[in-house]
Ligand binder design. Structure first.
Ligand code: GLY
Length: 341
């Protein structure tokens, strides 16, 4: 597919950011092109995340700056309890963040895990990629690296997240000294997950992606999910496309899910088919649909700017979505769940 030249891109960039259309993957595939930015959320977060990313692309065409700007929006928003500042903490009430970044043209990547007190882990991951010879920095080492580069040490535990954690703790057992809260929210069975993937292609066809999260709520301190693992929570290959995962990280690590999606696209599948294949792989290794009581979701974009999105579990009320902005404006894609209950 022919890329937009710079002038066309600048004209296209102003088109219809505020208009929201919901379409099927088939109709979108025919129209899509790059530049494009997409994220693993729908109508509510999509514009908030993607409009700054698109604006940066319009101004500089720098795809790393664009995906970072999108990821930073959620990381800095205390209302989101699954990413960055305001994320739900581990079992000791400490917020530990994971993030990764990958740049298609060079295959360069960087990641941080179990990072404490720094609001924007994806920006630290980018520095690991650009300012060191390493790929992973974790825990204290990641924090020291961030501080060295001028990041501020801050409290990441908001009152909203602290109260949720306290309720979980009080509900854990009726044999300890903690009384349950009156409303019973956040019982031991409810373990919220969130995460966001931001992927994009600039007008030169350069692909990049970020995955960022506060990980599984109430996790054992030090637990690292799929988000910072290159190939699991994120993978980018400039010849093929990019993919990201959200949901139960252990399953995505066991299947190297995002790498699997990209390799399925390399073998000729559409992004939609590739995301569904990754979900099916997780169902299969768990022994079939009856054995699955967790969810994972994949989003993907191929080199042509076509997008896809699938999850393992869906309900009448919830189906997977992604949002994107390309020359046609802002759109939401409804994906497909393999198991509907
Ligand atoms: N997918 C996020 C996590 O499991 O940590």
């Amino acid at each position: 597919m022919k890329p937009l030249n710079r002038r066309n891109f600048l004209q296209a960039a102003g088109i219809g950011l505020s208009a929201t259309f919901i379409k099927t993957s088939k109709s979108i595939a025919k129209e899509a092109n790059w530049p494009i930015v997409l994220c693993s959320r729908g109508e509510e977060w999509g514009p908030k995340v993607l409009e700054p990313a698109w604006e940066l692309l319009r101004r500089s065409d720098n795809i790393l700056d664009a995906v970072e700007a999108g990821a930073n929006v959620v990381e800095l928003d205390p209302e989101d309890t699954s990413v960055g500042y305001g994320g739900l903490p581990n079992e000791q009430g400490v917020v530990q963040l994971d993030a990764s970044i990958m740049y298609g043209p060079t295959h360069n990547c960087g990641a941080v895990a179990a990072l404490e007190n720094i609001k924007t882990p994806s920006s630290v991951a980018r520095l690991v990629m650009e300012r060191s010879d390493h790929i992973y920095l974790v825990g204290q080492g990641a924090k020291q690296f961030a501080l060295m580069h001028g990041f501020k040490e801050e409290n990441l535990l908001t009152d909203k997240a602290r109260i949720a954690w306290l309720k979980w703790k009080e509900n854990l057992s009726d044999k300890d000294d903690w009384f349950p809260p009156a409303d019973g929210d956040y019982s031991a069975e409810k373990r919220p997950t969130g995460t966001i993937n931001v992927l994009g292609i600039n007008s030169n066809g350069e692909i990049a992606g970020i995955t960022t999260t506060s990980g599984l709520a109430w996790k054992i301190p030090g637990r690292i999910g799929d988000s910072p693992i290159i190939g699991a929570g994120l993978y980018v290959d400039n010849e093929v496309g990019a993919a990201g995962a959200t949901g139960r990280g252990e399953e995505v690590i066991r299947t190297l899910g995002s790498f699997f999606v990209v390799e399925q696209m390399r073998a000729g599948k559409s992004p939609q088919q590739a995301c569904e294949a990754a979900c099916q792989r997780i169902i299969d290794i768990n022994g079939g649909a009856d054995k699955v009581d967790f969810n994972d979701k994949f989003v993907a974009v191929n080199k042509q700017g076509e997008v896809g999105c699938a999850s393992i579990l869906g309900t009448k009320e919830w189906q997977p979505k992604l949002a994107f902005i390309n020359k046609n404006g802002f759109q939401v894609l409804k994906g497909r769940s393999l198991i509907n209950r």
